[in-house]
Design a protein around this ligand. Structure first.
Ligand SMILES: Cc1cc2nc3c(=O)[nH]c(=O)nc-3n(C[C@H](O)[C@H](O)[C@H](O)COP(=O)(O)O)c2cc1C
Ligand SMILES: C=C(O[C@@H]1CC(C(=O)O)=C[C@@H](OP(=O)(O)O)[C@H]1O)C(=O)O
Length: 384
C-alpha cells in the first residue's frame, strides 16, 4: 500500500490516492468521518475548527460498500476556501496585488523562513499553506481506512493524551472504562482529574498569549507476531512507525514502551520475560511490543512529544524578510494547544503503518484471503 496527499490549508480541498488496498474490504464514508470528527475536537484549538466540519468524499476505488482493489481517492473540502479564494486562486495576479498580500514575517518554529529560503518564495504564504497541519486531516482519513482494515482483523488502535504543559497522568490501564473516558473527553485524557488541571493550564497559556505542547501515546492491541523484520535496516517496523509519528507536525521525539526511562534501569528490569500458557506471552511490556524491529504480539505502545504551537499571540523575536527589520509578531488566529488532535493523528498514522505492514506480509489482493491467511499464521505462531 502506498499513498500521497495534496492540498493547501486554505485551498479548495485536500486530496489523497491510496494504492494497493485489497479488494473486498467493507468501507463507507462514515468510517472515515468518525475519525475526522475526533481530530477536530480538542480543548485549546483556535477559530479554524469552528469553520471546518471535515467530511470525506470517496471518488474512486469503492463500490457498493466494498473496496475494488483499484486506487481509492479521498477528498476533503476546506470550507475556509470560501474566505480565501482571492488570496489562494490559481489565476495570475498583478505584481501590486501580490505585494499587497505578501507574507514577509517568518514565525520562529514554523517552516516559514527555511521553506522560503529553500524554494525561493518571498511570499511566505507559499510555504505556510502546505506546511500547515491542515494536511493531517487527510492523513487521518487515510488512517481511518487502515483502521477499518485492522478492525476487521480484530486489531484495535487507541491514541490519547498523557500530558499537557507538564501536567501528566500518573498511570493508566487500557480497558473499556479508560477507552470510553478518552473518547468522551475534549482532551482525550484517560484521567479526568488531571484533564481539569490541563484545561486550566491551556486557559492560562491563552491568556498569556502563549501555547502548550505535551505527550501523546498510542496503544495497538492484538497484532500478529512478526510484522516487520530484523534482516534489513529499512524493514524494521519500529523504525517505520517512529518515522510516521515523527512526520506529524510539531512532534519532536518518539519512544517505545518505557523508552527513555530504560536508560536508568539494569537489563534485569528492562526486558520482557517469556512464558508459555497455551501460546507464548510476556510477563511485562517494557519494550512496547517490538523486538528486532518486529512485533512481539504484545500491545505496541508508542509515545511522542509535541512541542508548543509556534505561532504566538505574544511577540517572539523575528525579522521581516523584506525590510530586514525586527518586528513584533501580530497574528489573526492560531491554536493554543493541539495535543488532543495530535493524539488522533498519531492513532491514525500508526494504523496506517500496521495496515501497510500486514499488506506487505500477506497476500493482499483479496481481503477474505488475507483474513484467512492471518488466522492460519496466528495459529502457527501459537503452536511454534
Ligand atoms: C493538529 C495540529 C494543529 C496545529 N496548529 C497550529 C497552529 O494553529 N499554529 C501554528 O503555528 N502551528 C500549528 N501546528 C504546528 C505546526 O504545523 C508545526 O509546528 C509546523 O508545521 C512546523 O513543523 P515542525 O514543528 O514539525 O518543525 C499544529 C500542529 C498540529 C499537529
Ligand atoms: C486547519 C487546521 O489546523 C491549522 C494548522 C495550522 C498550522 O500552522 O499548522 C494553523 C491553523 O490554521 P489557520 O491559520 O487556518 O487557523 C490551524 O487551524 C486543521 O487542523 O485542520
Amino acid at each position: 500500500m502506498r499513498y500521497l496527499t495534496a492540498g493547501e490549508s486554505h485551498g479548495p480541498q485536500l486530496t489523497a490516492i491510496i494504492d494497493g488496498l485489497p479488494a473486498g474490504l467493507p468501507l463507507n464514508e462514515s468510517d472515515i468521518n468518525n475519525e475526522l470528527a475526533k481530530r477536530q475536537v480538542g480543548y485549546g484549538r483556535g477559530g479554524r475548527m469552528k469553520i471546518e466540519s471535515d467530511k470525506v468524499q470517496i471518488t474512486s476505488g469503492l463500490r457498493h460498500g466494498k473496496t475494488l482493489g483499484s486506487p481509492l481517492t479521498l477528498i476533503i473540502q476546506n470550507k475556509d476556501w470560501e474566505n480565501w479564494q482571492s488570496v489562494m486562486g490559481t489565476a495570475p495576479v498583478t505584481e501590486k496585488e501580490k505585494l499587497k498580500r505578501q507574507v514577509t514575517k517568518p514565525r520562529p518554529g514554523h517552516a516559514d523562513l527555511v521553506g522560503g529560503m529553500k524554494y525561493g518564495h518571498r511570499d511566505l504564504r507559499n510555504v505556510l499553506e502546505r506546511s500547515s497541519a491542515r494536511e493531517t486531516a487527510m492523513r487521518v482519513a487515510i488512517g481511518a481506512v487502515a483502521k477499518k482494515l485492522l478492525s476487521e482483523l480484530d486489531i484495535t488502535t487507541m491514541g490519547f493524551v498523557k500530558s499537557i504543559g507538564g501536567i501528566s497522568i500518573d498511570s493508566y490501564e487500557m480497558n473499556e472504562e479508560s477507552v470510553s473516558t478518552i473518547e468522551s473527553s475534549d482532551l482525550r485524557c484517560p484521567d479526568e482529574s488531571q484533564a481539569v488541571k490541563m484545561r486550566t493550564a491551556i486557559d492560562q497559556a491563552k491568556q498569556d498569549g502563549d501555547t502548550l505542547g505535551g505527550v501523546i501515546s498510542v496503544q495497538v492491541n492484538n497484532l500478529p507476531v512478526g510484522l516487520g523484520s530484523y534482516v534489513q535496516w529499512d524493514q524494521k517496523l519500529d523504525a517505520k512507525l517512529a518515522f510516521a509519528i515523527q512526520s506529524i507536525n510539531a512532534i519532536k521525539g518518539v519512544e517505545f514502551g518505557d523508552g527513555f526511562e530504560l536508560a536508568a534501569h539494569p537489563g534485569s528490569e528492562g526486558m520482557d520475560p517469556i512464558e508459555w500458557n497455551n501460546g507464548y506471552s510476556r510477563t511485562t511490556n517494557h519494550l512496547g511490543g517490538f523486538e528486532g524491529g518486529m512485533t512481539t504480539g504484545q500491545p505496541v505502545i508508542v509515545n511522542a512529544v509535541m512541542k508548543p504551537i509556534p505561532t504566538l499571540y505574544k511577540p517572539l523575536q523575528s525579522v521581516d524578510i523584506e525590510t530586514k527589520e525586527a518586528y513584533q509578531a501580530s497574528i489573526e488566529r492560531s491554536d493554543a494547544c493541539a495535543v488532543p488532535a495530535a493524539s488522533v493523528i498519531a492513532e491514525n498514522v500508526t494504523a496506517t503503518v500496521f495496515a501497510e505492514a500486514i499488506l506487505d506480509k500477506f497476500d493482499a489482493d483479496q481481503f477474505d484471503q488475507l483474513k484467512a491467511q492471518i488466522k492460519d499464521y496466528r495459529q502457527a505462531c501459537q503452536n511454534f
